[in-house]
Structure formats: C-alpha cells, structure tokens
Design a protein around this ligand. Sequence first.
Ligand SMILES: [Zn+2]
Ligand SMILES: [Zn+2]
Length: 258
Amino acid sequence: MQIRGLFHIHTTYSWDGKVTLDKLASLCRKERYKFIVITEHAESINDKVMENFIQKCESLSTGDVIIIPGLEFICNEIHIIALGIRGHFSQHKDVEDLINAIHNNGGIAILAHVSYYKEIPYEKLKNIDGIEVWNVRYDGRYAPSIKALRVLRKFKSLNNRIVAYGGLDLHNEHEFGKLSIVMEINDNKQIDYDTILNLLKTGNFKVTNNLIVINFNNISALSLMPIVILRLIHTPLHLTKKIVVKIFKIIQQISNLR
Ligand SMILES: [Zn+2]
Ligand SMILES: [Zn+2]
C-alpha cells in the first residue's frame, strides 16, 4: 500500500507559524495524509513547551495520522532539522556540536533547504544524516533548483548513504500538500511512528509535487537530466501542468533508454 505524508511543517509552536497542530491534523485526515513531520523553530521552544509539544503530537497521532515531532535549529546561519529527538536541548554555537547533540539524543540531523545558503560548510557537516534537496519555499513547487541538485551530487560524493528529502517549509494553510513524500508499506505492516521514522531515516520514499515523482535516493547523473531540463524550461515558457508532465515523462524515457 502506498501512503503519503508531509515534511518540514511549522505550526503555531513556531513564532512565525500560522496554523495550529490541531488544524493540521484535521487537514491530514481530510486529505488522507498518513504522516506529517513537524519541524518547529528551536528558538521558540523551551523545556516545558517541548514537553507539551511532544505530548500534543502523541495525543493527535491516532491510527490514521502519525505526527512526528521535530525541531529546526539555526546555528551559524545553517538550519538543521532534528527528527526523532525525545527531549529539548539548548542551542549550540557550532554546527558539528549541534549534530552530535542530536545524535546523542537519539535523533537524526538534516540540513534544511540546501539552495538557501551562499556557501555550505561541507567539512562541518560530515556527520549529517540527510539534506532537504527540494524545499517549496525556496525552490518553488514545480521542480527542485539546479543549485540544490548540484549540492545533492556533492553530498552524495562525500557520503553515499546521505538521505535526500523534499519539504514544504509550511507556515500557512494554503501551502498544505504542494509537495509530499510517498512511501510503500506492506499491507500487513502496522503504520506507526517507528515504521514511518525508519522509512524516513533509510530513504525509502519518493517525493512528488502531484505532477512529477522523484526518487532522490536512487538517482544517477542521467536521471537528473529530466529535472534539470524541466527546471530550465518551465519558468520562461509558462507551460501548463499537462505539458510539464508530458515533457518530463518524455525526457525521462529518453534518458532511461541511453
Ligand atoms: Zn529554515
Ligand atoms: Zn523551516
């Protein structure tokens, strides 16, 4: 069975989030999203709020929607998402220290919106578990940016096990569902917190904007070509959705043939 979910979501627990967690949970139920990865700004959270936030995620996670709590830290202007952490910890001055703290807390560390940075301190990020290659807020909803694809290639060359994600960076309700994560789950397997977190950690998912589907975690230089071409043509030509999908499929077929 295929299930879908949303990644990189801010709710009113973040200083700039406009949607409540309750509202998001009910939107997920209505639109049949099975999981949602919340990434609140760490500077908006203290120990007490963290406790309340985790409890709230648990109480809203009933059988049909799983809510995974996470935080987004800003450290030397680098944004790091922490998933699967159980407690709260204070800000760190150094990115490497922050990543270690996330690991010591049982979590995974993901570099958020890779196209946002002027320069990426690869040396400081050698222990990072994942990167958010496509972020709708910075890259748009049509295709990931060429810059981000270049960063993906660089990270993969440094560490082939790094997992690539696509996220919304949602702050407002109208952004809901523009980009989702789809994963395959055995029909007899329980859909629970651990199953979903595990598939997220291991990169067993694809990313879709409801037009094209990309598996960033099984990508060759050649299969990047359709995305690059799509990115180059869609803005200047103002193509319709239907044409974009058609062109993407044709280029994908051609590049697979070679
Ligand atoms: Zn950010
Ligand atoms: Zn964010």
